[in-house]
Design a protein around this ligand. Structure first.
Ligand code: MSP
Length: 516
């Protein structure tokens, strides 16, 4: 079953507050993958959005003296603004308060009900509003939610239930036969272990408040916020409104989520889809949690660092690069200012930025700013050959890492090429060649190779650092935008046109000096 469109999603975020580094982490990773797939020539549909129902939003709005809709309307721009500042290239942005979502959600629920998958019962339990989730007593620490530090509400009400317990065997079979349905493997084992112990039916409606999508056959109830939220992945692509479009885009190739919401995405969501005989997402990938200085940066203990602070200091490219390069995707990771400065200075200011300035400067100085004639095979010596080999190995390694959803490895691999180009400069020492008229053609060959290496780097790094890549592209006198280029076709040597005029420009990544 191969489908043309590559469909990738982030979770939809709760808009009880503004985005923090953790939210941005998921979104940047998803953007990197989306841009990479486009650069491979795939048609991509990248969805993100906001989760606007439930008690958490309701209480936040009440505390601010606003209606929940007023609250979400005024805070959603704070989210889209951060995504714009981070160059997030989502194709759509869904809000769960939109009619295009709410209508189809009701249809989905009615279908489940008509198939006998939903029944009325009573729920008695403890509900954590921060998590928007019922908690088992053994999930609490001293009676409090370990994530939010709050005492959950005791709830006893009449609820509709989804027959989740019927799906344990089918879920286990899915994970065993399609291991890539939940990644990384440790997360798959985690859910497998839990589901082997059996599943309870799931409460899917609430009656004590009305901020949500009404249950279509009984409007005293609103749909439990998670059940409404998960459906964003299908309502945004035409479920219940445009069946042809839905079939073209669904299922998702990858749902990116944090490890905190693994259960909802790997158990509840597939079970509901199974109940309606709809195709299942191909992969749910759960990444780890970001910590700041070793301290958990959970949804409740905000650290006070806004993505904007880091974007101001490091630029959006520096931001994107650091988080994707320094933290092994899937595991937890620590953010620190010092580590970010160190990574930025060594990889971006030095290795990449300096290389670009040096090469562009030398072409200006020695060759009047014009790209020389494309070297012939016979003009290539060992150092050129070795740089070409490294580049080819690098591009293959990036492809493998991105297929394995290991963005940190892709960037690590990319640097083999950047470093090889730097060592090539030292090896061939163009400044020495420039002193000897007899070496004129050799100088041209060397500088051509370096300029072409920059073109290849611009293509290679575009998915992670779109701004720098576009700048470099135009400084090489290339037309159009890197964004419109397809890597497999243009990832060969010798495609930089002779005679292109280069420009030097400001440093791509000015060094960050830190006070002692
Ligand atoms: N609204 C739900 C998701 C519904 S999806 C159908 C939700 N929203 S959230 O805003 O609380 O968090 C969403 C996601 O933000 C988490 O799953 C995770 O991807 C990311 N992160 C939140 N805090 C994080 C860290 N400290 N570190 C890394 N990612 C974190 O849950």
């Amino acid at each position: 079953m191969s489908k043309e469109i590559f469909y990738v999603t982030t979770p939809i975020y709760y808009v009880n507050d503004v985005p923090h580094l953790g939210h941005a982490y998921t979104t940047v990773a998803t953007d990197f993958v989306a841009r990479y797939r486009r650069s491979q020539g795939r048609e991509v549909f990248f969805l993100t959005g906001t989760d606007e129902h439930g008690q958490k939003i309701l209480r936040t709005a009440e505390a601010a003296g606003l209606s929940p809709k007023e609250w979400t309307d005024q805070i959603v721009p704070r989210w889209t603004e951060v995504w714009a500042a981070l160059d997030i290239s989502n194709d759509d942005f869904i809000r769960t308060t939109e009619a295009r979502h709410e209508g189809p959600v009701q249809k989905f629920m009615q279908d489940l009900y008509d198939r006998g998958e939903i029944y009325l019962g009573r729920y008695e339990g403890l509900y954590c509003v921060g998590c928007e989730q019922f908690k088992q007593p053994d999930e609490l620490v001293d009676g409090r939610c370990p994530l939010h530090g709050t005492v959950p509400d005791a709830v006893e009400e009449e609820n509709y239930f989804f027959r989740l317990s019927n799906y344990a065997d089918r879920l286990i079979e899915l994970w065993e036969t399609v291991p890539s349905s939940v990644l990384p493997e440790t997360r798959r084992n985690e859910v497998l272990g839990k589901v082997r112990g059996g599943l309870d039916d799931l409460s899917i409606s609430r009656v004590s408040f009305d901020w949500g999508v009404p249950i279509p056959w009984d409007d005293k109830h609103v749909i439990y916020v998670w059940i409404d939220a998960l459906q964003n992945y299908i309502t945004a692509v035409g479920y219940g409104s445009d069946e042809a479009r839905f079939e073209r885009i669904w299922p998702a190739d990858i749902h990116f989520v944090g490890k905190d919401i693994l259960w909802f995405h790997t158990v509840i969501w597939p079970a509901m889809l199974m109940a309606l005989e709809l195709p299942l997402p191909k992969t749910v990938f759960a990444h780890g949690y970001l910590q700041v200085g070793g301290e958990k940066m959970s949804k409740s203990t905000l650290t006070g660092i806004s993505p904007h602070d880091l974007i101001d200091a490091f630029g959006s490219d520096g931001y994107r690069y650091y988080f994707m390069r320094d933290i092994s995707f899937g595991g937890d990771g620590d953010f620190s200012w010092e580590a970010m400065v160190a990574r930025y200075n060594s990889d971006l200011a030095n290795d990449f930025g300096n290389l670009a300035s040096r090469v562009l400067n030398m072409i200006s100085r020695y060759l009047d700013g014009s790209v020389p004639r494309v070297p012939e095979e016979a003009e290539m010596t060992l150092p050129e050959q070795s740089m070409i080999d490294v580049q080819q190995g690098t591009f293959a390694a990036i492809e493998k890492a991105m297929d394995d959803i290991a963005p940190h490895d892709a960037l690590k691999a990319a640097w083999a090429f950047v470093r090889r180009a730097n060592s090539y400069v030292e090896e061939v020492a163009p400044w020495k060649l420039a002193k000897d008229d007899a070496e004129r053609r050799r100088l041209e060959v060397v500088l051509y190779q370096l300029a072409d290496a920059l073109r290849l780097m611009s293509l290679m790094l575009f998915p992670i650092m779109p701004k720098a890549a576009e700048k470099l592209w135009s400084r090489l006198g290339l037309e159009g935008r890197v964004e419109d280029r397809i890597l497999p076709e243009e990832g060969r040597w010798g495609l930089l046109p002779e005679g292109n005029k280069v420009t030097i420009g400001d440093p791509l990544f000015p060094r960050i000096e830190t006070e002692a």
